[in-house]
Every structure is written in structure tokens, then in C-alpha cells.
Write a protein that binds this ligand. Structure first.
Ligand SMILES: [Zn+2]
Length: 466
């Protein structure tokens, strides 16, 4: 506006000046040019020339403005597209979080059309496709993301989740390894890789993964140590089965040092010490574990270490074991069993009474039945105890925290549901208690007696599953 006023002022000045000139210089000018004849006063000529100059200036300015206009126009259009693109991206992410398939898809298409940034929009497109159940489309987006360094990790993650969902273990393991190479310090990557490795029983790979995680402090220390101990026990078992006792011993020792409360590690180590003619060391190991928390498996292992066959000598040895935890029911049961074998009926009854109290478990009931039969030949009393065993509190066992299955012995993976570290020493679920009462053990298989009295020692929480 001011510029236009200024222009008009300029024109007015020129016109005024020309008018004044016309009157001051009254002379005329005549021009002959190719048949044209112009005849005017000098003042008018000056006026015409001045007007022409002004016109040229105006046209030149206007032309410049026209030439610049498209650039400015497209620049502002581009900025506005970007803004709308980012807005669509944000809306799409919100829609994905809210589970709104239609909105997520619309926003993904809008963002893709407005933004020339495939890394950003591909993730949204993939998530929108997944939300809509189009796994194949999602996979295409994830695969395209692998080509961009910025999005490769997200692409691998997407494909890994798809492989796990589809149950493709081999592909999942391959992708988890790739994710681990890209981001070795990311907790969920380590968790996922470890889980896939143990599911495939790749114990040494799993050991390496968890050892690195412990070194780099990627995982919570106590949890990682427990997990590593379980893996080492399995590694020790593999080496033992292959006859490599040295490796087996060193793995078992590592496992025991990492998690002294892990009974299977103690048992493996004691067994291997015995195989290496270090019975004294094995005995001390079991006695230490007994002091921490007696279990039937530890009692059986202790019995296996005693070379004397004289039942009375064996009772003496079990009295020593008893002395480490005279307060524990499992100590009474172990001593009662040794006393039964030595025909020390009074001793056996005393310890079974102490172990059973008011509510003897199924295991104690079966030992009482055996005592009645052996001591007095009282078959009626024996049958009564056996009947009572079927309804009594069940004995603790290795029970899976994930699926509730009862395992005969400890393994790092539940044999039923394949969950890692889920077996804990605890009473079986109620349904299992009623389902299958165990047969009464005979005098000959007492050392393989199923776990009986409560002992919380072996009970551990399984590692949290990511
Ligand atoms: Zn299970």
C-alpha cells in the first residue's frame, strides 16, 4: 500500500515537472521517421519520456515479482505438506496405540503421501497393517525397513515378533541374533535371544549370552546369576553324559557358586566329586546344603555316598546329617528311613511321629504303613495308613510354576510346557494331588522315595518372562 502511494507520488512529481517544463520551454520539436511524423512541444516530449521511464520501472518490478512467485509458492506449500505429514504420523501412532485400525490405516496413507521420509512412515504402515491382521503386508514393510540403517533394528524387531507369533523357532533365533548384533545392550533383545537359545537347548550359546549380560550389567544381577546357574547345570549334565567329567565338574562348580540354593547344582557337583574319588568333599557339600534346607533328593544323595552297608553304621551317618537341621521334618524322615532299614522300630516311629505331627503327608503315611507291616505284621493298620495316604497332604515335588506339571526330577526347561526356570520345589496343585496317589514304596526302593515333607528351600521364583 505504501509502495503504491509512493509510486503515485513519483508519477505526480514527474507530471507536475513536465507541465511546468511545457510552459517554460514553449519551443516545438518535429521528428520525421520512416514516413511517421511527430510534432510536439518540448515540454510534452519530456513528459512522454518521463512516463515511459516510470512504466519501464513498474513493468520491471512486476516481472521480478512474477518470476519469484512460484518458488515462494512451492516453498510454503512444501512446509505445509510437512506439517500435515507429521500431524498424520502423530495421529497414526495414537491410533495404533488405541487399536483403531481404520484411523491408523488412513493416517499411514496420509503420512506416506505427505512426507518423503520412508523410514518414518514405514513403521506406522507396518503397525497399521499388523493391527488390521495383514501380517504379509506388515512383513513387506519390515523387510523394507532393513535397508535403512536408521530403521534396520525396528525392522528386525518386527520380523522377530512375527516369527515368534508364527512359532518359527529357527527364524526367530536367526532374527534375535541379528537384533543382538545391532543392539547388544538392549535388555529385551538379550532376554529374547537367551529364551530362544535355551528353548533350543543351545546351552553354551545361552551361557555366553547371559555371561555377557552379567558382565555388561544388561540384566538384573541376581536374576541373571540364577538363570546362568540353571544353564550351567544343563551344560554339566551334557558333558557328564559325554564322559567329559572335568568339564562337567567345572560347570557344576560354577553353577553351585552362582546359586548355592540350587539343589540340582549341588547334587551334580556331589555326584561328580564322588566319580572323582573325592567322597569326603561330596559329603561335606551335601551336609552344607542340608543345613541350608533339607530335601529328599539331598537325603538320597547322602545315602548313596555312604559306602558302608551295615544298616546300623548307616543310621549313625544319618544321625550326623540329622544334627545339621534337627528342627526340620525332612531330617526326621531321613533318619526314620535309615532306622526302618536297620529294624530300629522305636526310633523309626519316634521320627515319623515327629515328622507327621497332626497332619502327616502322603509320604509319611506310606512309611507308617511300612512300619506297621514290618514291625508287627499288622496288615489292617498298614492298609489303613495306605488309605490315609491317598487323601493326605501331597509331598512337595518339582512343580512347574507355568503349567503346573509335576516333574520327576529338575530340568532347566519344563518338560511339559518348555518354560525355562519354571520348576520349583513346592506342593503340587490340588488337582494333581487327587489325581494319582503314588504307590507305597517297598523297602528296596526307599532311596528313590518320592519327595515328601515340606521344605521351602528349593522354592524359587522363575525368571520373569519378557
Ligand atoms: Zn511347565
Amino acid at each position: 500500500m505504501t509502495r503504491a502511494l509512493f509510486l503515485f507520488a513519483q508519477i505526480a512529481v514527474v507530471v507536475g515537472a513536465a507541465w511546468a517544463l511545457t510552459h517554460r520551454w514553449p519551443g516545438r520539436i518535429a521528428i520525421d521517421w520512416q514516413g511517421w511524423r511527430i510534432d510536439m512541444s518540448v515540454g510534452l516530449l519530456v513528459l512522454v519520456i518521463a512516463i515511459l521511464i516510470v512504466l519501464v520501472v513498474i513493468v520491471a518490478r512486476f516481472w521480478g515479482a512474477i518470476r519469484r512467485a512460484p518458488g515462494q509458492f512451492f516453498e510454503s506449500r512444501r512446509m505445509s505438506r510437512r506439517q500435515r505429514g507429521y500431524k498424520a504420523l502423530t495421529q497414526g501412532m495414537v491410533a495404533v496405540a488405541a487399536g483403531d485400525v481404520q484411523e491408523a490405516r488412513r493416517a499411514a496413507r496420509r503420512a506416506d503421501a505427505l512426507l518423503d521420509e520412508p523410514p518414518l512412515t514405514m513403521l506406522l504402515s507396518a503397525q497399521a497393517a499388523q493391527l488390521g491382521g495383514e501380517e504379509t503386508a506388515a512383513r513387506r514393510y519390515f523387510e523394507a525397513m532393513l535397508d535403512h540403517p536408521d530403521t534396520a533394528f525396528l525392522g528386525v524387531r518386527g520380523l522377530l515378533m512375527q516369527a515368534i507369533k508364527a512359532g518359527d523357532k529357527a527364524e526367530a533365533l536367526r532374527l534375535a541374533e541379528r537384533a543382538y548384533r545391532l543392539r547388544p545392550e538392549t535388555e529385551w533383545v538379550v532376554d529374547q535371544l537367551f529364551e530362544l537359545q535355551v528353548e533350543s537347548a543351545l546351552w553354551s550359546d545361552a551361557n555366553e549370552t547371559i555371561a555377557t549380560a552379567i558382565r555388561r550389567k544388561t540384566l538384573p544381577a541376581a536374576d541373571a546369576r540364577r538363570r546362568r546357574a540353571a544353564v550351567l547345570v544343563e551344560q554339566s549334565r551334557v558333558a557328564e553324559a559325554e564322559g567329559d567329567l572335568d568339564t562337567a565338574l567345572s560347570r557344576a562348580r560354577e553353577a553351585h557358586d552362582l546359586d548355592p540354593g540350587l539343589v540340582p547344582a549341588t547334587l551334580a557337583l556331589a555326584r561328580l566329586f564322588k566319580a572323582k574319588d573325592r567322597v569326603g568333599r561330596a559329603v561335606r557339600l551335601i551336609e552344607e546344603a542340608w543345613a541350608r534346607g533339607p530335601t529328599p533328593e539331598l537325603g538320597a544323595a547322602y545315602g548313596a555316598l555312604i559306602e558302608e552297608t551295615d544298616p546300623l553304621v548307616r543310621v549313625k551317618r544319618f544321625q550326623r546329617l540329622f544334627s545339621f537341621r534337627p528342627d526340620h521334618r525332612e531330617s526326621h524322615i531321613a533318619l526314620a528311613e535309615a532306622s526302618l532299614a536297620a529294624r530300629l522300630w522305636g526310633e523309626a516311629r519316634k521320627h515319623l511321629d515327629a515328622a507327621g505331627g497332626n497332619a502327616p503327608t502322603a509320604g509319611v503315611c506310606r512309611l507308617m504303613a511300612e512300619l506297621e507291616e514290618l514291625e508287627n505284621g499288622d496288615m489292617a493298620a498298614s492298609r489303613q495308613w495306605l488309605a490315609r495316604a491317598t487323601t493326605a497332604m501331597p509331598d512337595e515335588a518339582w512343580v512347574c510354576n507355568s503349567c503346573g506339571a509335576v516333574a520327576g526330577s529338575w530340568t532347566a526347561l519344563c518338560g511339559n510346557c518348555n518354560e525355562f526356570g519354571s520348576l520349583a520345589w513346592q506342593p503340587p496343585p490340588r488337582a494333581m494331588r487327587l489325581a494319582a496317589p503314588k504307590p507305597a514304596p517297598s523297602a528296596s526302593d526307599r532311596s528313590q522315595r518320592k519327595p515328601s515333607l515340606p521344605s521351602r528351600q528349593g522354592e524359587r521364583k522363575p525368571p520373569p518372562t519378557p
